[in-house]
Design a protein around this ligand. Structure first.
Ligand SMILES: Nc1ncnc2c1ncn2[C@@H]1O[C@H](COP(=O)(O)OP(=O)(O)OP(=O)(O)O)[C@@H](O)[C@H]1O
Length: 368
C-alpha cells in the first residue's frame, strides 16, 4: 500500500501542505530546520496516532495555532485523518468514520521508520525491541491484537490487586488463569514470528562483506522461566510480586536480544554496523509482513548518517524488495538520491520535493 496524497496543516513549522506522492521513492530535501523530519513525523502520526519525537501532542502543534491535522489518501482506497487540538481534544478518522483505537490506523498503514532513534532497538530497554516484534506479529497474525488486549486487561487487574496489598487467592486466581491463557497464546504467536525474523535477519546480514555483523546472534526471551507453564510461574512469583506491587513475570517482560560473542551487540559493533543491523531487522519485519499482506511504507530520515555508500546502496536495495513506497529525507539532493538511482525502475526515478521554511514543493519532473 502507498500514500497517494498528503495534506498537513499547522504541523510544527508546516502551516499548510497538500501534495501527491509517487509509489517508489519520494525525496524531501532541504536545509536544517526546514521541516523534513516533521513531514515524516506527520506520516508516522497517521499510522500510530502519535509523534515519534514527542509524547505531548502540544509540542507538535504549530505555535499559536489551535490544532493540527494530517490527512492522507492511500492507494487501497482508505482515507486516514488525525486531528490534535491544543486543548487536548482531537480525533482519528478512517474513511469518514471515527476510529476508536490506534491499532485500526496501524492496520491500514503498516509503516517502518529508520531515524536517529533507531539505535534504541539495540541500546534501549526491552520494551523497544518487544514493540518491534509485536508490530510484526500484529500484522501477520490477526488474533494477536485481541490476545494481547486480553492479557493486558488481566495484567492491570492483577496489578491492582497486588497494589492493594491484601489478596484473596480466589480472586487473584481468576485473573491469573486469564493471564496464563492469553499469555501463553501471545508467546506462541511471538515465537513463530521471531523464528522467521531471525532467519531473515541472518540472510540479509550474509549479503554484507564479512565482518562481526556476521556473528550477530538473535535470541528471544519469553518473560518467564523456560521450564514452567505461565500459570505456575505466576503463582510461584505471587509472594514476591505482592512485595513489589506489580507482576514481574510474563510476556510483558519479553525481550529480543542481539549479541555478538555473548556481549550486547551495541557494546561491540560500530555505529554504522549497528545501523545496518537495525536496517536488517526493519527489512526482515517488512519482508515477513509482505508475505501475508501488502507491502509497508518506509520512512527514512537521513540515510547517509553513519552509513558509507555501499551500505546505503544495499539498504536501498533491501527496501526496494519489500516496500511499496519510501519517503526519504536529506539535506542535499545529490547525496540523498544517489543510493536509489542505481536501483531498477521505478525505484531509480525518485520524485523530488524541496522543503524550505515549512513549504513543500515538488520538482516539475524527476531529474535522472
Ligand atoms: N510546534 C512548533 N511550531 C512551529 N515550529 C516548530 C514547532 N516545533 C518545531 N518547530 C520548528 O520546525 C522546524 C522543522 O524541524 P524539523 O526537525 O522538521 O527540520 P529538519 O528539516 O528535519 O531539520 P534537520 O535537517 O536539522 O534535521 C524547526 O525549525 C523547528 O524549530
Amino acid at each position: 500500500m502507498a500514500l497517494t496524497r498528503l495534506l498537513l496543516s499547522n504541523f510544527r513549522n508546516i502551516s499548510h501542505a497538500d501534495f501527491a506522492l509517487d509509489t517508489g521513492v519520494n525525496l524531501f530535501c532541504g536545509a536544517n530546520g526546514s521541516g523534513k523530519t516533521s513531514l515524516l513525523e506527520a506520516v508516522h502520526m497517521l499510522a500510530t496516532g502519535r509523534s515519534f519525537r514527542s509524547r505531548q501532542h502540544k509540542s507538535v502543534i504549530q505555535h499559536d495555532s489551535g490544532g493540527l491535522t494530517v490527512f492522507a489518501q492511500l492507494d487501497t482506497g482508505f482515507n486516514l485523518g488525525v486531528e490534535r487540538l491544543a486543548d487536548g481534544g482531537g480525533r482519528v478518522r478512517i474513511n469518514q468514520a471515527t476510529a476508536d483505537s490506534s491499532s485500526q490506523l496501524a492496520s491500514c498503514l503498516p509503516l517502518q521508520l529508520i531515524n536517529s532513534d533507531s539505535f534504541s532497538a539495540l541500546d534501549g530497554g526491552p520494551g523497544v525491541r518487544r514493540r518491534l516484534l509485536d508490530w510484526t506479529v500484529f500484522h501477520v497474525e490477526h488474533i494477536f491484537a485481541q490476545e494481547w488486549k486480553n492479557y493486558q486487561i488481566a495484567l492491570r487487574q492483577r496489578n491492582a490487586l497486588l497494589r492493594r496489598g491484601k489478596i484473596d487467592a480466589d480472586v487473584i486466581g481468576v485473573w491469573e488463569d486469564q493471564l496464563a491463557q492469553s499469555g501463553e497464546r501471545v508467546d506462541t504467536l511471538r515465537q513463530a514470528s521471531f523464528a522467521q525474523l531471525k532467519a531473515s535477519v541472518a540472510s540479509l546480514l550474509a549479503e554484507l562483506p564479512k565482518s562481526l555483523l556476521g556473528q550477530v546472534e538473535m535470541s528471544y526471551r519469553r518473560g518467564w522461566r523456560k521450564e514452567l507453564q505461565l500459570g505456575r510461574a505466576l503463582s510461584e512469583s505471587r509472594e514476591g510480586d505482592l512485595a513489589q506491587g506489580h507482576t514481574r513475570t510474563g510476556p510483558h517482560r519479553a525481550d529480543v536480544r542481539f549479541t555478538v560473542a555473548g556481549e550486547p551487540a551495541h557494546n561491540i559493533l560500530s555505529r554504522g554496523q549497528q545501523k545496518m543491523l537495525v536496517c536488517a531487522m526493519r527489512t526482515a519485519m517488512a519482508e515477513l509482513v509482505c508475505r501475508h499482506r501488502e507491502k509497508p511504507v518506509f520512512l527514512v530520515d537521513d540515510l547517509p548518517a553513519e552509513l558509507d555508500e555501499s551500505n546505503q546502496q544495499l539498504f536501498a536495495h533491501w527496501v526496494s524488495r519489500c516496500a511499496s513506497q519510501v519517503l526519504v529525507t536529506g539535506i542535499e539532493e545529490g547525496t540523498t538520491s544517489r543510493p536509489w538511482r542505481q536501483l531498477a525502475s521505478p525505484w531509480n526515478c525518485p520524485k523530488v520535493f524541496h522543503v524550505e521554511h515549512g513549504n513543500i514543493s515538488a520538482e516539475a519532473s524527476a531529474a535522472q
